[in-house]
Design a protein around this ligand. Structure first.
Ligand SMILES: Nc1nc2c(c(=O)[nH]1)N[C@H]1C(S)=C(S)[C@@H](COP(=O)(O)O)O[C@H]1N2
Ligand SMILES: [Mo]
Length: 314
C-alpha cells in the first residue's frame, strides 16, 4: 500500500471508517473477499472519478469553529431529483453525467449578455474556500468547505440593467442522462430565483468545488449556487442559464407547493413547514438534534429583509 504524504491527502481520504458501513446497500452481491481487499487498499474508493484538485485562497467569509461533515456523507446523502428521489440515488445515477464541455448563458436585463465556458467562469476571480453550514428544508444539515467566489463577481461582469430586479437560474435538463419529470415528481428543468440584492450579497457563493476538488456530479457539477442562509433547495445545481429579469421568476418547489416552499425560503426556526417543525435539525453524522438558527446562523443577511414580515414572506 502506498503511504501518502500529508499534502496529498484529500478530505475524501480521511473520512471515518464507520461511514463505509453505509455502502452495504450498494455493494450487496459483490463477493466479500473482493470488497475486503478493496476497503484495505483504497480508503478513498468512494471518491469520484473526474474530480480534480483546485487551488484556493482562504476566505474571510468562512464560518469557523464547525466540524466539517465527512465527504462521504455529503456525497452520498443528496437531493438531486433529476438523478433520483432517494438520498443515495444521485451518487449512483449521476456517475456518468457529462459535465464537460459546459457553458453557462448569462442573459436578460444586462448590458453585456454572453455565454461563458466553465473554465472562463473559474478565472473571473480567485477561488476561495468557504466553510458554510447548509440546511435542507427537510431538517438535516451539513458543514461543507465549498470552493468558489461571490456571485456578485459574475453580476459585475455582465452589468445588470437598471430595470433588473431578480436573477433566474436554470439547471441543465437532458432527458438522455436524467429522469423524466414524471419519474422525478417535479417539473424539469429545475429552476430557481433570487432578488437581485440577495444574489449580490457577498455570502451568495458561485460554487465550483468542495473539499479541495471540483464538484462531483451529485453535488451539482460543474457549477452551482450555495446560499447558506436559505433552505437547501434554493441552492440550484448544474447551472446552464442565468437570466436577469424585472419580474419574479418561477421556482420549482414553490410551483410544486407554494404553501410549503416560499420564494424566500430563508432558514427560520419560527416558521414551521406545514408538515414538520423547523425548530431543530440533524447534522449528518451526529446523533443528537441541534437547534436551527435564524438565517441558519448568518445574521449579516438580516438587512436584506428589514421591514418584512418573515412569517408571511417565508
Ligand atoms: N437541479 C437541482 N438542484 C438542486 C436540487 C435538485 O433536486 N435539483 N435539490 C436541492 C435541495 S432540496 C438541496 S437540500 C440541495 C442539496 O445539495 P447537496 O446534495 O449538495 O447537499 O440541492 C438543491 N439543488
Ligand atoms: Mo433540500
Amino acid at each position: 500500500m502506498l503511504i501518502k504524504q500529508a499534502a496529498d491527502l484529500r478530505y475524501s481520504d480521511v473520512t471515518p471508517k464507520s461511514l463505509y458501513l453505509n455502502r452495504r446497500k450498494f455493494l450487496a452481491g459483490v463477493p466479500a473477499a473482493f470488497l475486503a481487499g478493496r476497503e484495505l487498499l483504497s480508503p478513498s474508493a468512494r471518491a469520484f472519478a473526474g474530480t480534480t484538485k483546485l487551488q484556493t485562497v482562504k476566505s474571510s467569509l468562512s464560518t469557523t469553529g464547525e466540524k466539517i461533515t465527512p465527504y462521504d456523507d455529503v456525497t452520498h446523502y443528496n437531493n438531486y431529483y433529476e438523478f433520483g428521489t432517494g438520498k443515495e440515488e444521485p451518487a449512483e445515477l449521476s456517475k456518468n453525467f457529462k459535465t464537460s464541455p459546459w457553458t453557462v448563458s448569462v442573459e436578460g436585463d444586462v448590458a453585456k449578455p454572453r455565454k461563458f465556458s466553465v473554465e472562463e467562469l473559474m478565472k473571473l476571480a480567485p477561488l476561495e474556500e468557504r466553510v458554510y453550514r447548509h440546511r435542507c428544508v427537510e431538517a438535516w444539515s451539513i458543514v461543507v468547505p465549498w470552493i468558489g467566489y461571490s456571485f456578485s463577481t459574475l453580476l459585475k461582469e455582465v452589468q445588470p440593467a437598471p430595470k433588473a430586479k431578480f436573477v433566474a437560474f436554470e439547471t441543465l435538463y437532458d432527458p438522455k442522462q436524467m429522469l423524466s419529470p414524471f419519474q422525478a415528481g417535479i417539473p424539469l428543468p429545475y429552476v430557481e430565483g433570487l432578488r437581485l440584492d440577495e444574489a449580490n450579497h457577498p455570502l451568495a457563493l458561485f460554487c465550483f468545488g468542495m473539499y479541495g476538488e471540483t464538484l462531483p456530479p451529485q453535488d451539482g457539477a460543474p457549477v452551482r449556487m450555495v446560499l447558506p442562509w436559505k433552505y437547501g433547495f434554493k441552492s440550484i445545481k448544474s447551472i446552464v442559464k442565468i437570466k436577469l429579469t424585472s419580474s419574479r421568476p418561477p421556482c420549482t418547489w414553490n410551483e410544486v407547493g407554494a404553501n410549503e416552499y416560499g420564494f424566500y425560503s430563508n432558514v427560520n426556526p419560527n416558521r414551521d413547514h406545514p408538515r414538520w417543525s423547523q425548530k431543530t435539525e440533524r447534522r449528518l453524522g451526529e446523533f443528537f438534534k441541534r437547534p436551527t438558527l435564524m438565517f441558519n446562523g448568518y445574521p449579516e443577511v438580516a438587512s436584506l429583509y428589514s421591514g418584512m414580515d418573515l412569517i408571511k414572506n417565508y
